[in-house]
Each structure stands twice: as C-alpha cells, then as structure tokens.
Design a protein. Structure first.
Length: 427
C-alpha cells in the first residue's frame, strides 16, 4: 500500500469515527433534547437524504473534470459547517438547513473518495483496497458510537453540541489529510476499461444509461441497498419490536452483532472471495440474506422463548454483516472496472445516488414490518432470491477482467491479451 492510499484510508477512518459520534443520537437530539418532537426529527432525516439526492447528480462530472481531491475537500468543509451548525441549532429551520448541508457533504465525499482509491490502485489490488475501506469505516463508526454514548446526556444539550463539534473537526481533518495526497497523473482504471468509442457524444448520464452492464449493476445495487441497509433501522427494526417482541436493548445488541461480524469476518471473507467471480459472490450474498430473512421470520412466529427470539434476531443482523463483508470488495471495484477512462467519478456518483435512493425508500417497509410481519418477511425473502438471480444475469454480460481481475490478470501474464479475451474465468 502506497503513501497516498494510506492517507486516504486514514482520513476515511477518522471521518467514520466522527460520524459515529452523532448518527445514533440524531433522532434523540432533535426530538427530545431540542424538544421539537418526532415529526421534526423525521424531517431532519428527510433533509439529510434530500441534500444527498440533490448534490450527487452533479458530483460525478465535477470529479472527472477537476479531480477528486478538491471535491473531497469542498465536501468535507460543507459537511463540517453543517455538523457544527446542527450542534448549535435549536429551531426547526436551522436544523433542517444544517442537515441539508451535512447530508450533501457526506454524500459527495463517498464517490470522490472511491475515485481516489481507484486512481491509487490497480484492477488486481482494488478489491483489497475497498475491503479495507469498508473495514475501517465500520471500525470507526463502532468506536465513535461507543465513545459518543458515554458522552451524551439528554439533560445537557451541551453534550450533544460537543459530539457534533467532534464530527465537524473530523471532517476538517479529512480535508487536511486529503490535501497532502499526491495522486497518479493518470487513473489506473485505464488498464481495466479503456475509453469506449461507442459511448462518445452526449452527456455523461446519457452515455452511462446506454451502458447495459452498468445499468444492470445499478438495478442490482438498488435492490441490495433497499433489502439490507434500507431495512436496518426502519422495517426490520419495526418487525423486531412489533412482531418478535424484541426490546430496544436487544436491537442494540443486534446492531452491534452486525458491526462485529463485519469487523471480524472482513479479511477472512476477503481471502475467500477475491479469487472468485464477483457476480457469483453477489449471488451467494443473496442466498445468505435469504437465510437471514427466514431466521428473522422464525423470531416473529412466537414459538419458543423470548431468548430464542432474541438470538434469532441477533443472528439475522450478523448474517447481514457477513453479506456486507462479501459485498465491500465486490460492488465498488466492479463499478470502477465498468467505468470507461475519464468517467470513473460519474460512475461512482451514479452508484452512490442509487444507494441514497434505496436508503430514502427503505422506511416504506415500516408499515409492512409492523402491520403484516409475515408478509414483510416473505417479500424480502423473494427480494433476496432476486438479488441472486440479478447477479447471475449481470455476470453473463461482464468480461473476465471485470468479473475477476485477479485471475484474468494471471491469464494475461501466461497467455497474452488474445488468450485472456477468449478464456472464461473459473468460479
């Protein structure tokens, strides 16, 4: 790992650490500490998502034209200002404006940092680089949340201001770290996917929408994010508390099990998946999540003790974590390897936008999870099976280099480009 990559990963981890200080407590802060009620807290989350949805469509073009470094720095400053203002605000309007700025800044950072990782890696090292990024993010979020929980006091608004202040400082630290990064003059993605003459002309979005494999990946990504991340703190939590009788403390243990599974399994899983076809790894995640939803359904059937229901629910979150650990070295590198030269930022931004849309629509599962729990489970069992089917379909349209650059690179080394183009990468 070069010096540039080490600095990118360190800045990413410190930012996640700062975000972890505030994310678990935003609802409590707005609704209870500031006394604005649940509707205002929900509106703050909506503003957060809206900021991301407004900013991301324009981000990719700026990244590709100006480079990712100034974009990360600008987004970090905007997010820092939003976090600090949020900690100082007491009225609904300033809170919503602050959440809007914070959401936009955080969202823009994601594709810009991903593009920096792409530029500092090669197709064969990119899998491990993105796995490390995901590991560091979850470790930072977990430690930040743990420490933040020891600081907050609902009777002291100043304790929340301190948390948001720490988050604001971490964003500025990221900007400072990124400013010292010296990126290669040309992105390494050039070796994986040269500029495609068929995609010349038209806007970046039109060219992307004509790219069949990328469109398929975006559809797959939307389903993945909606079925997993979109349900964690909304539909699945409602199912657990209403149908399975899970206590809030047990829900906290389940979330901790999810993070723990990711941190403990990430590099074990990486050794198992980095030599295998990405499309089949994603399909396997769909099957693992199918099992997770079935176990969640068992917890809501009312058979057995409360302890058994709690254990089943915690197991569900842990299985989701294992699936996430398998996706982190798979989805993001695949987006990069699909991108033609000069469009890495556009492709990363488009995929980040898909993720934000899925997260924004995730709470639609709440009424079903609370009011028709077994139907909710059945729907997401089918959705998870759909992930496996969509992944296998995507794999049929990928080149060997895109589906498994590690083995494809070995084919090139042994038989040259002509052989690599003809060989199919084994599972």
């Amino acid at each position: 790992m070069g010096a540039a990559m080490r600095r990118i990963q360190a800045g990413n981890a410190l930012t996640a650490f700062g975000i972890g200080f505030t994310v678990p407590f935003l609802y409590i802060y707005v609704a209870q500490v500031r006394g604005l009620g649940s509707m205002a807290a929900t509106s703050a989350f909506v503003a957060f998502a809206l900021g991301a949805l407004v900013a991301l469509p324009f981000t990719g073009r700026v990244i590709d034209r100006r480079g990712p470094v100034p974009v990360v720095m600008g987004a970090a400053v905007a997010a820092s200002a939003g976090a600090l203002a949020l900690g100082l605000s007491s009225g609904i309007v300033p809170i919503l404006l602050s959440a809007l700025a914070l959401g936009a800044g955080q969202a823009v950072m994601q594709p810009a940092l991903a593009t920096m990782i792409v530029w500092c890696s090669t197709p064969s090292t990119r899998t491990r680089a993105f796995a490390l990024q995901f590991f560091m993010q979850n470790l930072g979020l977990g430690i930040g949340g743990l420490l933040g929980g020891q600081i907050v006091d609902e009777s002291r608004p100043g304790s929340f201001t301190l948390l948001f202040g720490i988050e604001a400082v971490m964003f500025l630290v990221l900007a400072g770290v990124v400013a010292t990064v010296r990126l290669p003059h040309a992105p390494a993605i050039k070796d994986a996917m040269p500029r495609d003459p068929a995609q010349s002309g038209g806007s970046g979005w039109k060219r992307l929408l004509r790219h069949k494999a990328m469109v398929q990946l975006c559809v797959l990504g939307f389903v993945v994010f909606f079925a997993c991340y979109g349900q964690f703190e909304s539909g699945l939590a409602a199912f657990g508390t209403e149908a399975a009788g899970i206590s809030p403390s047990t829900l906290g243990f389940a979330l901790a099990a999810n993070t723990g599974a990711i941190v403990l399994a990430q590099f074990v899983v990486l050794r198992l998946v980095e030599k295998r076809r990405r499309s089949r790894v994603i399909a396997l995640v769909g099957l693992i999540w199918t099992a997770a939803w079935l176990i969640a359904g068992f917890s809501g059937l009312g058979h057995g003790s409360t302890m058994m229901a709690a254990a089943a629910f915690i197991t569900t979150y842990a299985l989701f974590g294992i699936g996430e650990a398998m996706l982190s070295p798979t989805l993001a590198p695949l987006v990069a390897d699909l991108a033609p030269e000069g469009s890495v930022g556009q492709y990363n931004s488009a995929f980040a936008l898909v993720k934000q849309m899925a997260l924004a629509l995730g709470p639609l599962g709440v009424p079903l999870g609370a009011g028709a729990p077994m139907l909710y489970i059945a729907v997401f069992v089918l959705v998870s099976l759909g992930i496996a089917a969509l992944a296998l379909r995507l794999g049929r349209g990928l080149t060997p280099m895109q589906d498994n650059p590690v083995l494809a690179s070995r084919v090139v080394a042994q038989g040259g480009p002509a052989v690599a183009a003809k060989e199919r990468v084994p599972a």
